[in-house]
Design a protein around this ligand. Structure first.
Ligand SMILES: Cc1cc2nc3c(=O)[nH]c(=O)nc-3n(C[C@H](O)[C@H](O)[C@H](O)COP(=O)(O)OP(=O)(O)OC[C@H]3O[C@@H](n4cnc5c(N)ncnc54)[C@H](O)[C@@H]3O)c2cc1C
Length: 516
């Protein structure tokens, strides 16, 4: 899909309030679809030549590569999103369950098959550490308890109001969010491998298990309850589907359209100015750009109460990502859809990435082989892969233009020594991205893979609000806003924004909500 697919579309009822959405990541598209479904005239402006942001898709040498997300953990949220605009997810995408969810391989040769089958999971835990079976069952209860509050009750509620936050505080304290995920997991497990297996999930949303708030222990329950899925044909089917639903509801998307400034008048957002010099008026502006970019660059001239340049500079950003996409001339049948290759160090490597900010000699890897489930993503008899290595963000000072190829070779050697012997001779397509690409492509501060780190004091009220406190009529969606990164998080942020606004017919010009 390229930008030429996106023709201008006449909006719905003339006179309906206008919404400009900056950016077409999952958060921006989901907000656009929901607001178009509510009768607003929606225009999405995307600086890249195709929609999707981190979830974009590229084709190379006959292979189809999902650039970013691959794991779908809350399929019901996608169904609900399509339904919010009178559409059916199944018209655009087919989701299929993965079994196992992940194969986790340790450096000492131990393998843990992480699945949604309760009996198989119990057997895996018992095989590794019989004395941890009871703790595992209690951990599942804890995870379910956190899920019911932090996800079901609070993830799709706005956290801009102090009374609301105060009312939620008792629950949040009871859930022990002041602990880290690793700290919480360690209360239930003794075996180091099991501590790793049940604590690594924050890495999927940019967090360090040793500092990410224990609310993220909810992921274990989310996966167990709803499964881990992939989209047939890749994530592109979801992005194309969202664009289709947006257009069916009268919305439009313009690619190659970079917003330079959010225009404000008397403290209210009233439109945007593009890098081309064009200006677009709007009643409501929704920014899916990184909050650091939204406030630090797009609103650099506007007076700001909370998100000053100093506060943005002091924020902690998530780790960076080195992602290598490659296609092979043959299939590696023994490798599953999702494999995690743990390196020899767990805490030490995470300290290097998040605290010392140095590129380590060792690495832990997530290996994606979508062709294990869906051969259509590669020419017949071939495999499409991507391998992702968490690395420090650009605060490390690494010159990735110089170091990138050497790092790729290191990752290749690690794969050859473990699950892909002889890989070097089989590669026929190759492309890698580094934190430097995340900075230039997605305008991500410090080239972070997942925007702000999900620490306690960068979560809920402390995270950039979905209803901006800097200008009325301005709303924020996406990974850097509440509730956080990952598809469930960014889809929730879009729902919050849509729920804050009335149907277009009931919208009162000048009555935009603002944070008091
Ligand atoms: C490699 C990788 C793997 C991942 N795996 C998973 C996974 O398996 N499961 C999961 O749930 N999550 C995963 N995630 C996280 C998830 O992909 C992201 O949290 C989510 O896609 C981010 O969506 P977003 O809406 O915040 O916006 P983004 O995808 O960041 O999109 C923002 C868009 O805004 C555009 N933009 C920015 N500034 C401007 C401007 N001034 N004018 C116009 N356009 C602008 C950008 O070009 C971009 O297209 C992964 C992320 C990465 C990077």
């Amino acid at each position: 899909m390229d930008g030429s697919d996106f023709r201008s579309f006449e909006g719905p009822a003339t006179g309906a309030p206008r919404v400009v959405v900056i950016g077409s990541g999952f958060g921006g598209l989901a907000a656009a679809v929901r607001l178009a479904g509510k009768g607003y005239r929606v225009t999405v402006l995307e600086r890249l030549d195709a929609p999707g942001g981190r979830a974009s898709v590229f084709r190379q040498d006959g292979f189809t590569f999902d650039a970013g997300p691959t794991i779908i953990t809350a399929p019901f949220m996608l169904e609900e999103l399509w339904a919010s605009a009178g559409a059916k997810l199944s018209d655009d995408a087919t989701l299929r369950p993965c079994d196992p969810f992940y194969t986790i391989r340790f450096a000492d040769g131990e393998v843990f098959r992480y699945s949604g089958d309760p009996a198989a999971m119990l057997a895996e835990v018992a095989r590794i550490s019989p004395e941890d079976v009871d703790g595992y069952q209690r951990f599942l209860q804890k995870s379910a308890g956190i899920y019911s509050v932090a996800f079901e009750a609070l993830a799709d509620k706005p956290f801009h109001s102090i009374p609301f936050t105060a009312a939620a505080m008792a629950d949040l304290v009871r859930l022990e969010g002041y602990r880290s995920v690793y700290g919480m997991v360690s209360r239930y497990f003794k075996h180091p491998h099991l501590k790793t297996v049940f604590s690594y999930h924050p890495l999927l949303v940019g967090g360090n298990p040793f500092t990410t708030t224990a609310y993220y222990c909810l992921i274990a329950h989310l996966e167990r309850q709803f499964g881990v899925h992939y989209a047939e044909g890749g994530m592109g089917s979801l992005i194309r589907g969202l664009v289709r639903v947006l257009r069916e509801n009268g919305g439009e998307i313009r690619c190659g359209a970079e917003v330079e400034t959010i225009l404000t008048k008397n403290g209210k957002a009233c439109g945007v100015k593009l890098a081309s010099g064009e200006s677009l008026e709007a009643d409501i502006v929704v920014s899916n750009a990184d909050p650091g970019w939204t406030y630090g660059r797009l609103m650099s001239e506007a007076p700001r109460k909370r998100w000053t340049d100093r506060k943005i500079a002091a924020a902690d950003y998530s780790m960076g990502l080195f992602v290598w996409y490659f296609g092979t001339r043959r299939r590696f049948e023994t490798v599953g859809h999702h494999t995690i290759l743990m390196g020899p160090r767990y805490r030490g490597l995470l300290d290097d990435i998040f605290i010392r900010k140095t590129v380590a000699d060792d690495c832990s890897l997530y290996l994606h082989r979508p062709t294990a489930s869906d051969p259509s993503l590669a020419p017949p008899g071939h495999d499409a892969f991507y391998v992702l290595s968490p690395v420090p963000n650009l605060a490390s000072g690494t010159d990735w233009a110089r170091e990138g190829e050497a790092y790729r070779q290191r990752v290749q050697r690690r794969l050859e020594d473990t699950v892909l012997p002889g890989l070097g001779a089989e590669i026929i397509s190759s492309h890698f991205v580094t934190p430097a690409d995340f900075e230039t492509r997605y305008l991500s501060p410090l080239g972070a893979g997942f925007s702000l780190e999900p620490k306690l004091f960068q979560s809920a009220w402390f995270r950039p609000h979905n209803l901006s406190e800097e200008a009325s009529g301005l709303y924020l969606v996406g990974a850097g806003t509440h509730p956080g990164a990952g598809l469930p998080g960014v889809l929730s942020s879009a729902k919050i924004v849509a729920d804050l606004l009335p149907d277009a017919a009931a919208y009162q010009p000048g009555a935009a909500l603002s944070v008091s």
